[in-house]
Design a protein around this ligand. Structure first.
Ligand code: SF4
Ligand code: SF4
Length: 293
């Protein structure tokens, strides 16, 4: 069996690291040699995360990030659109033999690969239906296991079920297990005509800088949140209810991204371009003048 090399792109909170480590642990229990490690910048919910996995029947000697993957997993397509990770970086080392698995419900995506086998799984939709939350990792894992016939799907599925059962209460366990089997069943191949239709240039520079381009060592000359438009990290939105607000300033003090807008010394709302919907302000507002939608 050729070494399986997977490069995953996700956001903190979507469970990319957890899915990769589930896969590695179960493969190790089934006598494979494995690696799973990650790379991320600011440790904030919603921040881009890259994970590297290797699974092999032979001892793995490489210890560097996966440079030439045979599976690229993109758990959040907004990463591609926003430029938080540059398209060149996501597709670096991707040759024609590399399969691509994206989290998408339909063919409404755009990237510039023509010859690779591209698969999609509606993992976020499944996760929201089964768990009530956009945590697409386990649905994607179901599809990943189907993509590699060298994994015995039934054995891996049983192990995943055991692991989930140990970690989660029954309701979340049930939801995750359903998401896993739905991911394995509902993933589909993007046909070449779809690809031809959809290939367009990815919008670049919506985010002016990604975290790797920001000045190092705290020497931030231009301010980072202004440059870093984190508002597209979540499909949710924060509603500000001015009539309820008592102007305590708690949200302004706690927002990690400076997204609370002030005018004439008054809180007047939330900057949609920057607010990443972490929910901190909502949880701490004493009068429920902020709501997450
Ligand atoms: S949800 Fe609230 S605390 Fe979080 S980024 Fe948005 S405004 Fe700031
Ligand atoms: S925490 Fe709530 S009440 Fe206080 S300023 Fe913010 S929105 Fe207004």
């Amino acid at each position: 069996m050729e070494t399986i090399k997977i490069r995953w792109y996700s956001r903190a909170g979507q469970g990319g690291i957890t899915a990769a480590s589930f896969l590695a642990n179960i493969a190790a229990e089934n006598n494979f040699f494995v690696q799973s490690f990650s790379e991320f910048g600011a440790e904030k919910r919603g921040a881009p995360v890259t994970v590297f996995s290797r699974i092999s029947e032979k001892k793995i000697e490489s210890i560097h990030p996966v440079l030439k993957p045979n599976l690229l997993v993109i758990m959040d397509m907004t990463l591609l659109k926003s430029g938080e990770i540059l398209e060149e970086e996501i597709f670096s080392g991707v040759d024609q033999n590399c399969k691509i698995l994206i989290n998408a419900e339909n063919n409404n995506f755009s990237f510039s690969l023509k010859n690779n086998e591209i698969f999609a799984v509606p993992a976020s939709k499944i996760a929201i239906a089964e768990l009530g939350k956009n945590i697409p990792n386990i649905a994607m894992l179901g599809a990943i296991l189907k993509l590699f016939p060298s994994f015995n799907f039934d054995i891996f599925a049983e192990k995943i079920s055991e692991k989930l059962k140990k970690i989660f209460p029954k309701k979340i366990f049930d939801g995750n297990l359903k998401a896993f089997y739905r991911g394995a069943k509902e993933f589909f191949k993007i046909t070449s005509s779809d690809k031809e239709k959809k290939i367009t240039k990815t919008k670049k520079n919506i985010v002016k800088k990604n975290w790797k381009n920001l000045p190092m060592g705290g020497n931030i000359s231009s301010g980072n949140s202004d440059d870093y438009c984190t508002g597209n990290w979540s499909p949710q939105k924060i509603n500000f209810l001015p009539k309820k607000c008592i102007q305590c300033g708690m949200c302004f003090a706690l927002c990690p991204d400076g997204a609370i807008k002030i005018k004439d010394k008054k809180i007047v709302g939330v900057d949609k371009k920057i607010c990443k919907k972490c929910g901190i302000c909502v949880n701490h507002c004493p009068v429920k003048a902020l709501e997450i939608d």
